[in-house]
Design a protein around this ligand. Structure first.
Ligand code: PGA
Length: 253
């Protein structure tokens, strides 16, 4: 049985006060025991997360990291720094990092490797743009993103990773992918992972769907056994909403 994972990706949202209120609400919610919940929050709130969430079932995630241990990289954060702040997970290759910050395959691959070396679980994000989908390139784009991200990794390392299939056209647009798009995209990703490792490794790693996931649609995605949860942006920004979304998702199982 694969893990069920719900990630809340706050992106560049929130204040200290809102984070405090969020956590106060969230830590008191009875979360489903058979799922993993990760909050990917902005760096400045990691210390608050660490203080409030220790001993709870909620995991602390970062939205990005650099591949180097240290050095003259103004504005960047290392894997060791994230570990210091209690992070267990890190997003790598989110489409906003790829498109707005021009992060490319080899750099993402070096980040994945560094995260694994430091004991962080990378949630590696992949997904096609609308133009790529419309020109029938979805499969080849997903295959090449997986190939680039996993290049040079051992099977043991790949087995430690999480994946998020997020069609770029569905992120933050309110246009969520159909269940079939999500299911078939994840199937392609799983097959691509198998080609870089083995079928047993690819069957064991969680692959979640992301892109305009809401309380009203998560259950229909998760009704498909290939979909191991969700990476949620906008609908994770309010504790009440995210909690309801998690409950709805678990009902879809
Ligand atoms: P969204 O974002 O849920 O707001 O579409 C998802 C993501 O970017 O991970």
């Amino acid at each position: 049985m694969r893990k069920v994972v719900f990630g809340g990706n706050w992106k560049m949202h929130g204040t200290w006060k809102q984070t405090e209120e969020y956590l106060q609400h969230f830590v008191n919610c009875p979360l489903p025991v058979n799922s993993e919940i990760i909050l990917f929050v902005p760096f400045p709130y990691l210390s608050l997360m660490q203080k409030t969430l220790s001993g709870t079932q909620i995991r602390i995630g970062a939205q990005n990291m650099h591949s180097e241990d240290k050095g003259a990289f103004t504005g960047e954060v290392s894997a060791d720094m994230l570990v210091d702040m209690g992070c267990t997970h890190v997003l790598i290759g989110h489409s906003e990092r790829r498109s707005l910050f021009f992060e490319k395959g080899p750099f993402l691959n070096s980040k994945v490797k560094k995260a694994l070396t430091k004991g962080l679980t990378p949630m590696y994000c992949i997904g096609e743009t609308l133009a790529e989908r419309e020109s029938d390139k979805t499969v080849s784009v997903l295959q090449s993103q997986i190939r680039e991200g996993l290049e040079g990794l051992s099977q043991d390392d790949i087995a430690k990773m999480y994946f998020a299939y997020e069609p770029v056209w569905a992120i933050g647009t309110g246009v969520n992918a159909s269940e079939e798009d999500a299911r078939s995209g994840i199937a392609v990703v799983r097959e691509a992972i198998a080609s870089m490792s083995s079928s047993s490794v690819s069957q064991s790693v969680p692959i979640v769907y992301g892109g305009s996931v809401k309380t009203g649609n998560i259950a229909s995605y998760m009704a498909h056994k290939e979909v191991d949860g969700g990476l949620v942006g906008g609908a994770s920004l309010k504790a009440e909403d995210f909690y309801l979304l998690i409950q709805a998702g678990m009902q879809g199982r």
